[in-house]
Ligand binder design. Structure first.
Ligand SMILES: C[S@@+](CC[C@H](N)C(=O)[O-])C[C@H]1O[C@@H](n2cnc3c(N)ncnc32)[C@H](O)[C@@H]1O
Length: 233
């Protein structure tokens, strides 16, 4: 779940109970001052995370009209909103090619014009791969996005390892669904296995870099690997 939504529910529950902890007060204060939270509401994005992808795409040109995109861990759908705009999935601009966006999540994803969603599906499940393949109009995609995150346990090293495992699974998925020269953008939480993931990515992509967008909180271990020019068949 998008962290701001998660926190929102947590806070609402605490407010109903009439007791807030110091940590909640600090979180609420930071949340209310956050320019990305305001911009999320103003620009009708489903989640603050939209600004991470917008920023990375503005700088690094990951998406363009006509590309097909698989958005892993898509709920509530903010990255898919950005992808629909940037690949012209709705055909809003008739002067450029029309792209395609497929979003997947363990949770329910509310419908979004221009995107196809596969809700309540685990990316790591082989049955999901078969469904993905049946939904892709061109058989493979140009870009795999992953903002996936397991439910945090609070144990930093354990959470890190779980997310690295999910990212390594994306490399297997790439073999079946990513076009040669395609791009993979995946979130990871930094830790001892980050280099392992980076090494695997370098084996399979010609260009791998680490990106930490401004919209990603400075005190978070979150970063992204952007892997370009997939060497696969
Ligand atoms: C930070 S949220 C993604 C926010 C999303 N990028 C957006 O902008 O709306 C992380 C998501 O990853 C999903 N997730 C975690 N593990 C997954 C898995 N194995 N398969 C599919 N989705 C998964 C979670 O359910 C959660 O919704």
């Amino acid at each position: 779940m998008c962290r701001s939504l998660q926190r929102g529910r947590f806070h609402a529950a605490a407010a109903v109970l009439g007791r807030k902890t110091g940590a909640e007060h600090r979180w609420l204060e930071r949340h209310l001052k956050d320019p990305f939270v305001k911009a999320t509401k103003q620009q009708n994005y489903r989640c603050r995370s939209a600004f991470k992808l917008l920023e990375m795409d503005d700088k690094l040109r990951i998406l363009r009209p006509g590309l097909s995109v698989l958005d892993c861990g898509a709920a509530p759908g903010a990255w898919s909103q950005v992808a629909v705009e940037r690949v012209n999935a709705l055909g809003a601009d008739p002067t450029v090619p029309t792209g395609f966006v497929l979003g997947i999540d363990l949770q329910h994803i509310s419908p979004l014009a221009g995107a196809v969603f596969l809700s309540e599906a685990d990316v790591a499940d082989p049955a999901t791969l078969r469904t993905i393949l049946s939904l892709l109009p061109a058989g493979k995609v140009d870009v795999i996005l992953s903002d996936m995150a397991p439910n945090p346990t609070g144990i930093r090293e354990l959470d890190h390892q779980k997310l690295i495992k999910l990212c390594l699974g994306l490399l297997d998925l790439s073999q079946s669904v990513l076009k040669p020269k395609g791009t993979l953008l995946c979130k990871f939480w930094d830790g001892q296995d980050s280099r392992l993931l980076q090494g695997r990515l370098k084996e399979q992509f010609q260009d791998v870099r680490t990106v930490k967008p401004q919209a990603s909180r400075k005190d978070s271990a979150e970063s992204y690997y952007l892997a370009r020019l997939y060497k696969g068949k």
